[in-house]
Design a protein around this ligand. Structure first.
Ligand code: N01
Length: 509
């Protein structure tokens, strides 16, 4: 790669070969791999004040990854010193920061620099990036904003009249002491089941507002002993072995999730036993037992959720909220529930990610106008009409059962091979062909019908407004890995580097 940055007396470069949006696992991973191969002409644009992405933004009490530590980390940066089998948010945030520093990419991050517009300039063959701290151009744009980064708060009538404190789990208000408060947590997804047991212990009263009960299984989280850590430090191969066994154990869920949902009955039995063991009250047991197939929504591990719901200061509310008033909220049965704090654990914008509103491709077409809230991409990475744009954890790359870092690393391989092939072929732009994208998605969607996500009888954020699953990868993850090992140039139009005066000419692929 020919460095095109203009490092002038330490001032930021205005043009880079690769612009990266987001300093979470995706953005940092891309940067590190570029740096490792000597391509250092890149910058990361991050809206937050530090690296970490999800693991920087989510600081709610109890925030923890529900994928084991040894697997939920970069393959090229194992951490033999994880303190728990499932990492808590501060440790993950620190891991990402330490890794960015160790691999020398930390100072390539432009903090508090959200990209507010990314426009493809067809004349110049570059992406024009607008940030509050200056404008940039980039030959290639790697967008890794995170699929779960924009909190979604339901539009409840009267919410603006509420006189207490309101916030979302992903924007936790640490200045608001919950001790002795009357609190409502709305939502019972992955974030709620981690936060509720923590805050239940300090609040005076807690309402947990449930629309759909989650399936919850026993959690195998435990501290990793000093002896284990010592061994991982001395024998790295052992840690790799643990990582692989965790990975393959998780892949064992795929046949049930994707091919034969009946297989998931085994896991459902475990979850039902968990309810029977932890919920003595028959009425509560009935109300927390889901009526859809397990796996249809993310399966949540917790040993603390049901005991928290059964605590004396907690009430499970299952009537829908109809209105918010200055002193509380009203449910469909007409009851006013007086609270002074409302915490939304209501998830994120997923199928209508805000990034799609700020990225414009050929002819100024917005990504959101192409997707119409039903995103699709080729290999979850490329979109026709958007040259030199690579999405990380784009459509249908998400997982419920295994580590997303695995998928991210697969996509990074793909992007790096695209760059290598562009260089080899003298290409200035790559753009996926519309027919390749369409055929890829037709194939992908044809497999969705029988999956538990589509057939399990639940409504989840995996499905878009039309009921299309645009979120989850419907196969073994090693298949995604093998499909993205090489950049398949035949699915793309490649054009040489050109000047404004020259028309685009295809490069032989
Ligand atoms: O969000 P969610 P989350 N009225 O969308 C409810 C990842 N994650 O932040 O099920 C009432 O799962 C909604 O109800 P329903 C993980 O991938 C990972 O908890 O739609 N309720 C649901 O109960 C996860 O899947 C970790 O009927 C309303 C809840 O809000 C993803 O983040 C930890 C409502 C939203 O649940 C999102 O999790 C935490 C309304 N109007 C999160 N609107 C790890 O450990 C929504 N709800 C890796």
């Amino acid at each position: 790669m020919t460095p095109t940055s203009q490092h002038q007396n330490g001032t930021a470069p205005r043009h880079v070969r690769v612009g990266i949006i987001g300093a979470g696992f995706g953005g940092l991973g891309t940067a590190i791999r570029l740096a490792q191969q000597g391509d250092d002409d890149f910058l990361i644009f991050e809206r937050a004040a530090d690296v970490g992405g999800t693991w920087w933004a989510n600081t709610y009490p109890g925030c923890q990854c529900d994928i084991p530590s040894h697997l939920y980390s970069f393959s090229f940066a194992p951490n033999p010193n994880w303190s728990r089998t499932y990492p808590k948010q501060p440790e993950l945030r620190d891991y990402l920061r330490t890794t960015a520093e160790k691999f020398g990419v930390y100072d390539r991050v432009r903090f508090e620099s959200p990209v507010t517009a990314a426009d493809w300039d067809d004349e110049a063959g570059v992406w024009r990036l607008t940030t509050p701290k200056g404008d940039y151009t980039a030959d290639l744009l790697v967008a890794a904003p995170g699929p779960l980064s924009e909190p979604s708060i339901p539009d409840l009538p009267g919410l603006e009249t509420f006189e207490g404190t309101v916030f979302h789990t992903a924007r936790w208000n640490h200045d608001h002491d919950l001790t002795g408060r009357r609190v409502a947590v709305i939502g019972t997804g992955a974030s709620a089941i981690q936060a509720v047991p923590e805050i239940q212990e300090v609040v005076e009263h807690l309402d947990v507002v449930q629309r759909t009960p989650p399936w919850v299984v026993p959690h195998r989280d435990r501290p990793i002993t000093r002896a284990e850590r010592f061994i991982y430090n001395k024998v790295p191969a052992l840690q790799r072995l643990v990582r692989s066994s965790v990975y393959f154990a998780r892949e064992l869920l795929v046949p049930g999730l994707v091919y034969r949902p009946q297989i998931m009955k085994v896991v459902e039995k475990l979850a039902r036993k968990h309810i029977a063991d932890q919920v003595p009250d028959a009425d509560l047991r009935r109300r927390v037992t889901p009526d859809y197939a397990i796996g249809c929504k993310r399966i949540l591990p917790s040993n603390k959720w049901y005991p928290a719901l059964g605590a004396g200061n907690v009430r499970l509310v299952t009537d829908a909220i109809t209105e918010v008033r200055p002193d509380g909220y009203v449910t469909a049965d007409g009851a006013l529930h007086e609270v002074d704090t409302i915490i939304f654990a209501t998830g994120f914008y997923v199928t209508d990610i805000p990034l799609a509103n700020i990225v414009s491709g050929r002819g100024g077409t917005k990504l959101s106008d192409v997707w119409h809230r039903s995103p699709q991409a080729y290999r979850g990475t490329a979109v026709a009409g958007f040259p030199n744009l690579f999405l990380l954890v784009g459509p249908n790359v998400g997982l419920g059962h295994n580590s997303i870092v695995f998928m991210i690393e697969a996509q990074i391989n793909y992007v790096l091979d695209a760059l290598a092939q562009m260089r080899r072929r003298g290409a200035g732009t790559v753009e996926v062909r519309a027919d390749a994208l369409e055929a890829y998605n037709a194939r992908l969607q044809s497999r969705m019908g029988r999956t538990v996500w589509n057939s399990g009888g639940c409504a989840s954020w995996y499905l878009d407004a039309e009921g299309r699953n645009t979120t989850i990868w419907p196969d073994f993850t090693f298949r995604f890995w093998s499909e993205t090992r090489r950049f398949d140039a035949a699915a793309y139009e490649l054009a040489p580097v050109r000047t404004a005066a020259e028309p685009a000419v295809a490069v032989a692929s």
